[in-house]
Design a protein around this ligand. Structure first.
Ligand SMILES: Cc1cc2nc3c(=O)[nH]c(=O)nc-3n(C[C@H](O)[C@H](O)[C@H](O)COP(=O)(O)OP(=O)(O)OC[C@H]3O[C@@H](n4cnc5c(N)ncnc54)[C@H](O)[C@@H]3O)c2cc1C
Length: 289
């Protein structure tokens, strides 16, 4: 028996909302299908009646400057996102994260929206967008809403997008100003598992030798994509030097919630490597800014 009965391909958001309102349930959005198809076929996702393909929705394929923000449609393939010049200019961490997701064949179909909507705490696109201070646009049968990126996540694999009633439309990122920059790196087993042992993104603004403002995201640093807010507060306004880096490393270790995962790494190993990874990413963003 097929894992679904109906496959819908709306061309715009009003057709998509109409489908959300009227198509037989259970209804699940599908983008590249690189996570969902495997989950359906391997029985990790309950069979669905309707698959709603979001990759032909024109509003979700836009990538453009809108006022003071960069809009990136959730239905765009990762490869197209990373090859867009506005992304490497305004969102270096996203460029770096997207370039590392899987291999070229997966990146040609996998979307940034699917990477985020799956709500995994160490998805590479998700961790970069967390540090970049993104907002998410969602639409559905009760209207549209725009929320801070972190409000999308409620637990491992659980998002606040109302299943069968809403879809993720896209992301808004602040445009990069002078003396601001970001960076993303990850530590990964060479093959076999999709998600990294640990990934980390930093966005910062510098004022001479001082860290004026900073955002730090670490995956998987908790049940949802982890933002190191205590460490950010500690660093804002401090001179960038070895003492500051050491304080930040201690603060991260005091607050981050690493866990052991059977196929990737132990919590102890993650604690061991996060200090070096943080220093490296911080220094890269600092030099760029
Ligand atoms: C071989 C391989 C390697 C991988 N490597 C990596 C890696 O290195 N890093 C990494 O982060 N990930 C990796 N992944 C995971 C996955 O490919 C990516 O997370 C990808 O971006 C998912 O996007 P998709 O468009 O294929 O999502 P889909 O599989 O289509 O959807 C994923 C989930 O999101 C939901 N969804 C999709 N779009 C929307 C939307 N617009 N609104 C609401 N819900 C939506 C679906 O219903 C589903 O629950 C890998 C996967 C494979 C198979």
């Amino acid at each position: 028996m097929s894992n679904w009965q109906t496959y819908l391909q709306p061309k715009n958001l009003s057709e998509a909302v109409e489908a959300l309102a009227t198509a037989p349930k259970p209804l699940v959005p599908i983008a590249g299908g690189t996570d969902l198809m495997i989950d359906l076929e391997q029985g990790r996702h309950a069979p669905v009646h309707t698959l709603l393909d979001v990759t032909g929705i024109q509003e979700m394929l836009a990538l453009e400057i809108r006022g003071e923000q960069l809009f990136i449609g959730a239905g765009i393939a990762v490869n197209k996102v990373v090859n867009h010049p506005e992304v490497s200019k305004h969102a270096q961490a996203l460029y770096e994260a997207g370039s590392l997701i899987a291999g070229p064949q997966v990146r040609n179909v996998a979307t940034l929206g699917g990477n985020v909507a799956h709500a995994l705490p160490a998805a590479d696109g998700t961790i970069s967008l967390t540090a970049l201070g993104a907002e998410a646009e969602i639409t559905g049968i009760h209207g549209a809403r725009r929320i801070p990126f972190q409000e999308l996540f409620v637990g491992p694999g659980k998002s606040s997008i109302k299943q069968g009633e809403e879809i993720l439309v896209g992301f808004y990122l602040p445009l990069k100003k002078d003396h601001q920059a970001s960076a993303f790196k990850r530590i990964m087993r060479p093959q076999g598992v999709a998600l990294p042992i640990i990934n980390l993104a930093v966005w910062l603004e510098r004022d001479g030798d001082t860290i004026k403002d900073i955002r730090i995201a670490i995956g998987p640093g908790g049940p949802t994509p982890y933002r190191a807010k205590e460490t950010e507060k500690l660093l804002a306004g401090r001179i960038m030097n070895d003492e500051t880096i050491q304080l930040a490393q201690e603060s991260i270790l005091a607050h981050v919630g690493f866990r052991s995962s059977a196929r990737r790494a132990s919590a102890d190993y993650r604690r061991h490597i996060v200090e070096g990874l943080f220093k490296d990413v911080l220094q890269t963003a600092w030099d760029r800014a």
